[in-house]
Design a protein around this ligand. Structure first.
Ligand SMILES: Nc1ncnc2c1ncn2[C@@H]1O[C@H](COP(=O)(O)OP(=O)(O)O)[C@@H](O)[C@H]1O
Ligand code: SF4
Ligand SMILES: [Mg+2]
Length: 382
């Protein structure tokens, strides 16, 4: 019976039915988010803790595909305190990018939609917006200026037909009305120097293809910093780079954080990067958070069997990166998630109880949370 639900058994008729139904659902979402002249009061909110710049609260982001609904992010909650670096870690497909694209409201539409939850963002001292409820058009005031994103592949951000300088100047033109046209060039060159580009004036007049991958990523970081955003989301910013360049880029992040005091949400599958950079760590598995805490909580006292597995499969110097995460078994099908712990089929530490419903997120210290029945005896009550 269970096999019948398998994707390969989806008949053409069934697929057509799903497509039709999806269209109906996504049309409603699109109608809502494409509205014009929406009063600010609709998306004004209050931060739960004033020290945070971002509070992701019970976020659900789904993709309405022809095969069925992909629950890419299914009830994710975590905070980004001001000035802190949050590392989000988990293997490929666990929902890291979808979480960040939800914050930027850059999901593939119409199939990708935020269906529930809040994304509270502190705009200034007495104002906060719920990004999840903002109409898409309003996001242009937030994106690039208040929150900027650095993607894994710099060419997703850079336009191949324009010179670097023009693309940087344009960021000021769009988001920084105070900088006069004649001052933009100097500001752009200053930024290029800030991210460690030696020949900044020369690079200003080059096309993206004339630069190496590492140099392009520096340019993208410069663009992301142009308006001194409160939050920088870096999605696998060093994955495409070789180890030496990776170390240099991480250095730039560290220095910049001190200079402009932005918060950073650093997404990676690389625990080494997390260990070097993060203050807090969020571990994701199959669209949910299985554990979160301070860097010390996660690295010195990992509690979830998945996190423990990640720690054991951590590569040492010069080990082949492709061999990361050698935890046996595979992640459940995202369209047909089980109703028990998603990690159970790979877990070597199962209890009888693990056949029951998905475990709640248990608080085991003031900073440390874990979604696993094995930690129930360590629970601290509020
Ligand atoms: N545009 C899309 N259409 C359908 N499914 C998607 C889309 N983007 C992401 N997904 C699905 O969402 C899940 C999470 O993806 P993603 O956030 O990209 O993972 P990662 O943690 O590697 O960044 C995956 O199962 C992926 O297949
Ligand atoms: S709840 Fe059970 S199956 Fe899930 S990770 Fe914990 S011990 Fe393993
Ligand atoms: Mg990703």
């Amino acid at each position: 019976m269970a096999d019948k639900k398998d994707l390969s058994y989806l008949s053409a008729k069934e697929s057509r039915r799903i497509t039709k139904e999806n269209r109906k659902i996504t049309k409603e979402y699109e109608k809502q988010i494409s509205r014009k002249d929406v009063p600010e009061s609709e998306y004004l909110t209050k931060m739960h803790n004033d020290k945070n710049i971002l509070e992701i609260d019970n976020l659900h982001t789904y993709f309405f595909t022809d095969q069925g609904v992909v629950r890419s992010v299914d009830g994710v909650s975590f905070d980004v305190p001001r000035g802190a670096t949050i590392g989000v870690v988990g293997e490929s497909g666990c929902g890291k990018s979808v979480t960040s694209l939800s914050v930027m409201r850059l999901l593939q539409r119409p199939i990708g939609q935020i269906v529930d939850g809040e994304i509270r963002f502190k705009v200034d001292d007495d104002k906060a917006y719920d990004i999840a409820k903002m109409p898409i058009a309003e996001m242009q005031h937030i994106r690039g200026k208040e929150i900027s994103m650095i993607f894994q592949e710099p060419m997703t951000t850079l336009n191949p037909v324009f010179k670097i300088g023009r693309q940087l100047d344009e960021v000021f033109e769009l988001h920084d009305k105070e900088t006069k046209a004649e001052d933009r060039r100097a500001k752009s060159i200053e930024l290029l120097e800030m991210v460690g580009i030696a020949n900044a004036e020369g690079v200003y007049d080059m096309y993206p293809h004339e630069l190496s991958g590492g140099m392009r990523q520096r340019v993208v970081i410069a663009m992301a910093l142009a308006c001194q955003p409160k939050l920088i989301i870096a999605d696998e910013p060093t994955t495409a780079l070789d180890v030496t360049i990776q170390a240099q880029i991480l250095d730039i992040f560290r220095q910049l954080k001190e200079k402009i005091n932005s918060s950073i949400m650093l997404i990676t599958h690389d625990l080494g990067v997390i260990a070097e950079m993060a203050d807090f760590v969020v571990v994701m598995y199959a669209g949910r958070i299985v554990e979160k805490g301070t860097l010390e909580d996660i690295f010195l006292h990992p509690a979830h069997p998945y996190t423990i597995g990640l720690m054991d499969s951590k590569p040492s110097v010069n080990k082949d990166v492709d061999r990361l995460y050698s935890i046996p078994g595979k992640v459940p099908n995202p369209i047909n998630m089980p109703d028990y712990c998603y990690f159970r089929d790979r877990c070597e530490k199962c209890l009888d109880k693990c056949d029951g419903e998905y475990p709640p997120l248990i608080k085991i210290s003031d900073t440390h949370y874990v979604a696993c029945y094995r930690s129930e005896d360590k629970e601290v009550k509020e």
